[in-house]
Design a protein around this ligand. Structure first.
Ligand SMILES: Cc1cc2nc3c(=O)[nH]c(=O)nc-3n(C[C@H](O)[C@H](O)[C@H](O)COP(=O)(O)OP(=O)(O)OC[C@H]3O[C@@H](n4cnc5c(N)ncnc54)[C@H](O)[C@@H]3O)c2cc1C
Length: 366
């Protein structure tokens, strides 16, 4: 089977679907999207701020619809800079609450919307070959079918390992080696848990507790890959023992039994130096990844997905400069984020001699 479209999007996460919906809803370009997963694994406990609602509304998804599925996030409580838990409420932000996402349902909704506006979705589908001449030629396998796809433009939304970013040997600036170890737990009626996200720092990193929809909770320890190895925290028993030494997270850990799943994620900050002048671009994590402390990831994915679609629309109208401006926007955004990140980590002064904290307050190269 052969199929030609104007635009091909690789990856059906928030970036890919935002790009697909924007193109299919607001332009006459033909769009195909390839997604390899069924979204059936555990997903990190992710929260989004209320600033995401106007972006989603642009994509035709309204706040009320989301609030029926996802848990409200009223803010967070953090022992960050002192051992006291200080509550920061979103209630008084003027924008109302954010959300603790059920990522599976969130991504499914976005894919459905993309299909509704006319995007051709291949899922689950595996890219088996990529060739680029004037056009892009890809071979994919979906079920028993081999399909040859061609497109004039490709948007790489394949997440942090950026399939096209790699294929095009695009330079990627990497800031750190941050990793997260997550335990996922189911709750019963006797568990008494905080309703907001809880953060707590330790000498070697920080903890993150996030309520999840469907009576679950995720508890994560965030540190650098070398520190994780030195402390042997990949071992679930050592992970639990270290967690029990905290002042606040331990209260929740003590109520829970075995995690039903334990996952390791690479969450290092990095940015791709996308040329912007060629017939491809990257959005979401494929363009830039952020420390989860910033909670920028999903908002950036949707925003850059929408903006990359506008670049493509300009490209087809004969303006090939828009891609370069987009590329500068991604770099500037990353620079602003690094300043912000430095501020967050500098506000914890109790472990000034610890490598984890020292590494994050040094000047970064912009
Ligand atoms: C531990 C952790 C905690 C986080 N916490 C937060 C948070 O609280 N708030 C927040 O806003 N963000 C958070 N993030 C970041 C957020 O998850 C990402 O920034 C966001 O998912 C990026 O969206 P994306 O569409 O760019 O990539 P992804 O969501 O990774 O989607 C990429 C898609 O591409 C598909 N794909 C990959 N390769 C191929 C291929 N070869 N062919 C076809 N399909 C492919 C994948 O299956 C995937 O569905 C967190 C991330 C992690 C790991």
């Amino acid at each position: 089977m052969k199929k030609h479209t104007d635009v091909l999007i690789i990856g059906g996460g928030p970036a890919g679907t935002a790009a697909a919906i924007t193109l299919s809803r607001y332009t006459s370009l033909s769009v195909a999207l390839v997604e390899r997963a069924e979204f059936d694994d555990y997903r990190a406990g992710e929260s989004v701020s209320p600033s995401i609602f106007p972006l989603l509304s642009y994509l035709g998804i309204e706040r009320e619809q989301l609030e029926q599925i996802h848990l409200p996030s009223y803010g967070h409580a953090a022992a960050w800079g002192s051992d006291q838990l200080i509550v920061r409420d979103l209630l008084f932000s003027g924008q109302g609450n954010g959300l603790h996402l059920d990522r599976r349902q969130f991504d499914e909704l976005l894919i459905r919307e993309a299909k509704k506006y006319g995007t051709l979705v291949y899922r689950p589908a595996r890219v088996t070959e990529i060739n680029k001449t004037e056009n892009w030629e890809l071979k994919i396998k979906t079920g028993e079918d081999q399909i040859e796809l061609s497109a004039r433009y490709v948007i790489d939304c394949s997440g942090k390992n950026g399939l096209i970013v790699k294929k095009q040997q695009c330079r990627v600036h990497k800031e750190d080696n941050l990793v997260a170890l997550y335990g996922y737990y189911s709750l019963n009626d006797e568990h008494i848990l905080p309703h907001q996200t809880v953060l707590e720092t330790t000498e070697h990193g920080w903890y993150y507790l996030s309520p999840l929809p469907n009576k679950k909770v995720a508890i994560a320890f965030i540190t650098d890959a070398d520190i994780l190895k030195a402390l042997d925290l990949n071992n679930p028993d050592a992970w639990l023992e270290y967690g029990m030494k905290t002042q606040h997270i331990c209260t929740t850990l003590a109520q829970l039994s075995e995690p039903e799943a334990f996952r390791h994620y690479a969450i290092n900050s990095k940015v791709a130096l996308i040329p912007g002048s060629d017939n491809w671009i990257a959005a979401g994590d494929a363009a830039a990844c952020f420390d989860p402390i910033s909670a920028l990831g999903i908002g950036h994915a949707i925003n850059s997905g929408i903006n990359s679609a506008r670049v493509v629309e300009q490209y087809f109208s004969g303006n090939q400069e828009a891609g370069k401006a987009y590329s500068r926007f991604v770099l500037d955004h990353f620079g602003t984020y690094l300043d912000m990140r430095k501020g967050y980590y500098a506000s914890e002064q109790r472990w000034r001699n610890s490598p984890f904290w020292q590494r994050r307050v040094v000047e970064h190269s912009k």
